[in-house]
Ligand binder design. Structure first.
Ligand code: SF4
Ligand code: SF4
Length: 338
């Protein structure tokens, strides 16, 4: 018999996560893409710069993890070099977030023991996925997932939930299981990049929609034996609010040298650090995101209130109906054999 174990994944003081965008170019143009070339640049980092920047952030005293992103990171011909360099530098885990195209014959250039492959798919069939991610994407992505699984790679699937695909979420666990994927990550649409456009407010989910659909589907997926992670989003009365910018070491690195601590800040020049041409990490001399992190408000996350106030609501006495957690706070559900 299987019963799920549910827990909130607290920020770990001894952990460091590097989200390394090695280029911003992509072969797709997804409807909700969060890449913003005006803020993130449009250059492709050289092999030498990738090695130098990985070295800057490697910390042997911490459990350091690196996630390679883009754009589409597999478009970079030196991605296999980057994976191997990260391993040499002692990163505990290496993950590649891909749209599924696996350019440059990636599966034959790295071994299953070198990196986890995390695929983005936003629908259980082409009719839901392809209007969001592009014609033919479902077929290519699922075929490459099957190839990766057959070769022994550990794989994850990221499903970004919006009003356009939430009704199809309940059909995902069976597909994830059938593809042989172990980790199922449900992500919430954020108002960043394309999703911050004028006609996009309809993409967001109400608290009622999220709570009615996501936790039950996560539990069903766990019952199938999948390891499921999804954002906490709404804090319970008893749960403390914690800002990852103050309590965790996450670095979101872009090819123009900007380094953020908070993903919600990425559309603005309020990055914490910048990597300068002489390859040193220096504080951003202008307004920095950390100046927002310490503004404690009853609504929880201050950046959420500034950027996405439409997802807040208040009681008649003016108190918020719920607090919004840090967007980096995750909930985990796993099955356990008893
Ligand atoms: S695959 Fe990723 S980077 Fe490319 S368009 Fe889609 S969301 Fe943007
Ligand atoms: S999402 Fe909110 S709580 Fe999390 S790091 Fe950013 S400002 Fe802090």
């Amino acid at each position: 018999m299987t019963s799920p174990i549910v827990r909130t994944l607290a920020f770990q003081p001894n952990e460091r996560n590097i989200f390394f965008h090695i280029l911003t170019a992509c072969n797709l143009s997804c409807r909700h893409c969060y890449i913003n070339p005006a803020q993130h640049g449009n250059n492709t980092l050289t092999k030498e710069i990738i090695a130098d920047w990985l070295t800057i952030f490697a910390d042997q005293d911490k459990d350091s993890n690196v996630i390679f992103l883009g754009g589409e990171p597999t478009l970079h011909p030196d991605l296999p070099f980057a994976v191997k360099k990260a391993r040499q530098l002692g990163y505990r885990t290496v993950t590649i977030d891909t749209n599924g195209y696996l350019h440059h014959d990636l599966l034959n250039k790295i071994g299953p023991e070198e990196a986890v492959l995390s695929f983005s798919l936003d629908g259980p069939e082409a009719a839901v996925n392809d209007p969001l991610r592009g014609n033919g994407v479902f077929e290519v992505c699922t075929a490459n997932i099957r190839r990766a699984v057959a070769l022994g790679f550990e794989t994850s699937l990221i499903y970004t939930v919006s009003s356009l695909n939430i009704a199809a979420l309940r059909r995902m666990p069976a597909l994830v299981k059938a593809l042989g994927i172990r980790n199922f990550f449900i992500q919430i649409i954020g108002l960043r990049g394309n999703s911050a456009g004028d006609d996009s407010s309809g993409l967001q989910l109400s608290p009622e929609e999220w709570l009615a659909q996501v936790p039950p589907v996560a539990a069903e997926a766990a019952a199938l034996g999948l390891h499921v992670i999804y954002p906490k989003v709404f804090l319970d009365e008893s749960e403390p609010f914690v800002c990852a910018g103050e309590a965790a070491e996450n670095f979101f690195i872009f090819p123009n040298g900007r380094v953020y601590r908070c993903p919600l800040c990425e559309d603005f020049p309020v990055h914490s650090f910048e990597i300068t041409a002489d390859r040193y990490l220096r504080p951003n001399p202008g307004l920095r995101e950390e100046q927002f992190f310490s503004l404690h408000i009853p609504e929880g996350c201050v950046m959420n209130k500034m950027l996405q106030p439409s997802n807040l609501s208040y009681n008649s006495d003016g108190r918020p109906r719920y607090r919004i957690s840090c967007c980096l706070l995750k909930q985990e559900i796993m099955s356990s054999m008893v």
